[in-house]
Design a protein around this ligand. Sequence first.
Ligand code: ZN
Length: 300
Amino acid sequence: MKRNKKISTIIKLLLIIILVIGQYLYTSDQRGQTEENKETSAKDTDDPLMKVHFIDVGQADCILVENNNKYMLVDGGNNDDKDVILDYLNRLGVKEFEAIIMTHPHEDHIGSIDTVIREFKVKKIYAPKKEHTTKTYEDVLNAVIETGNTLNAPKSGEKFNFGAVTVTFLAPSRDYGNNLNNWSIGIKVSNGKHSFVMCGDAEKEAEEDMLATKLDLSADVLKLSHHGSDTSSTKEFVKAVNPKYAVISVGKGNTYGHPSKSTIKMLKNNKIKYFRTDEQGTIVMISDGDQLTCNVSPIP
Ligand SMILES: [Zn+2]
């Protein structure tokens, strides 16, 4: 009896500690949001030049958005990609991030985020409110705690700005249980002239929910979810985004068969020009507020 009581007290204490840490990691961000918006002065928003770098990290995602020397990182490749990512960021002269978005807790999206968080100052980190049990996820959480950062879980429809760029959260809009892909944070990034939609590895169900939000999903560029897998990019979703270009972030000879043949066929049927990192390396798309250009030509 006594022993049972002791165990139950310990369990209660552990639960309280977990809850406190949870509260601490996920801060309510209403106040931060207004302060940040105030910081965005007119001179920051002058130049619409926006570069979106789909960094070649093999079978993984790592996307850098750049405007007026301000940067946002969406996902951070696998654990093994840290040198590639750090080299890339250092070559550009990145010193800090306005925001880092971890779309969902799979290794191919958060693998090197711990390293990035330790190396660079970050104003705000977004992650869906879904934990994972892997060492990779634990490493990221430790980096978040040790660097004094917190995690923010965005709601669909919420927005923030940096420079001339507006980021609108499209997803997640509900609980997806243990389907981590569907927990992916989806965003639309725009400089007022051109926009990009990228939704991590969101699958069919999450795409349906994004359609149901009635948010404006239309964009010039769609980063295909889940590395071009046929679990994503439904006819309805692609129709709503109605992109001119698609980008597939995918590893050469990956064992998943990404991108799927049906996805490529769908792109061709819809006359959507596409780029892929396994064949073309890092893809950099540039909007100067007038024209949208790319460092490479679309796949013929
Ligand atoms: Zn993935």
